[in-house]
Design a protein around this ligand. Structure first.
Ligand SMILES: [Zn+2]
Length: 292
């Protein structure tokens, strides 16, 4: 699976950012926002209930691997830390293709370090810090939540990337101020060996700040999810400068993301060299998150 792309074809695609979550936990008003305008709810429910259904759907969409984003946000989204354990169980049947991402909320967990170690032992491949849904700033280890430091130290020591939501969020109760990418700058300064993923590139109004950080810190990476492909080169005109650290992701099935395959096709249709697009969709992810 990690071999070179066949001549004229594509290497295995990784979608770095999908929300396959235990919907039985989700708050009704969040579910309502997710449902709006979708006609594929049955498919989503089937996929969330059964990893085999998701794998089949991935085959149809042209995706080899996915990172399944979960995190603790009981008051805004409805997900307790049980969502973390849920995703570790969910991926058990296909660990080569389904990579679990978990998130610990220091507002509800005192022993962040201990839980991070246990989740890493359980197979977590990524940690998510969703400021607007956790109501925690990425740099809160400096003041309100000193325990958050434990997460970054564990992730740095075990070479597990940490993904930060940057940019807006529309769900009820979400506080976008915690999505300001400049709050991740402290993390870059204080944890220079940590692999950081800037999800959504700060879109729509912090994209310049996000690009500044991506150029400043060699271990910062850009996840394209949530960025309409048609806007990508307008918001990131110098994308080529960070070409080895850019990743295809869709945020499926979030509002405004009807189909993974359509998103992938739109990325591949951008006026960029095929070698760059191959990095974004395949080889960069195989390097950051190698099959194991
Ligand atoms: Zn997301």
């Amino acid at each position: 699976m990690s071999g070179p792309a066949p001549a004229g074809g594509h290497g295995p695609v990784t979608d770095l950012h999908v929300h396959v979550q235990p919907w039985e936990m989700i708050r009704p008003e969040v579910l309502e926002a997710m449902r709006k305008g979708r006609d594929d709810l049955d498919l989503i429910r089937r996929c969330f209930a059964d990893p085999e259904a998701l794998l089949e759907h991935m085959d149809g969409q042209g995706v080899a691997r996915m990172v399944l984003i979960n995190y603790e946000s009981p008051d805004i989204m409805g997900f307790t830390t049980e969502a973390n354990d849920w995703v570790l169980r969910y991926v058990a049947a296909a660990k080569e293709r389904l990579l679990p991402c978990v998130g610990i909320n220091p507002r509800f967990e005192r022993d962040v370090r201990g839980r991070a170690e246990r989740l890493a032992d359980g197979g977590a491949r990524m940690f998510k810090v969703h400021g607007p849904h956790m109501l925690v700033s990425p740099n809160a280890y400096l003041d309100a939540h000193p325990a958050l430091r434990g997460l970054y130290e564990v992730a740095q020591a075990r070479r597990i990337p940490v993904m930060f939501h940057t940019g807006t969020s529309i769900f009820r109760g979400a506080r976008t101020k915690h999505g300001d990418p400049l709050e991740v700058e402290d993390v870059g300064v204080d944890f220079p060996d940590l692999d950081v993923i800037i999800a959504h590139g700060g879109r729509p109004f912090w994209t310049e700040e996000a690009f500044f950080l991506l150029r400043r810190f060699p271990r910062f990476h850009l996840d394209l999810s949530g960025i309409p492909p048609a806007r990508l080169l307008e918001w990131f005109p110098r994308l080529e400068e960070i070409a080895d650290r850019v990743f295809f992701g869709t945020d499926w099935p979030s509002p405004g993301v009807p189909s993974i395959a359509r998103n992938l096709a739109a990325i591949r249709a951008l006026p960029l060299a095929p070698a760059l697009l191959e990095k974004f969709t395949s080889s960069n992810a195989l390097r950051l998150l190698p099959p194991r």
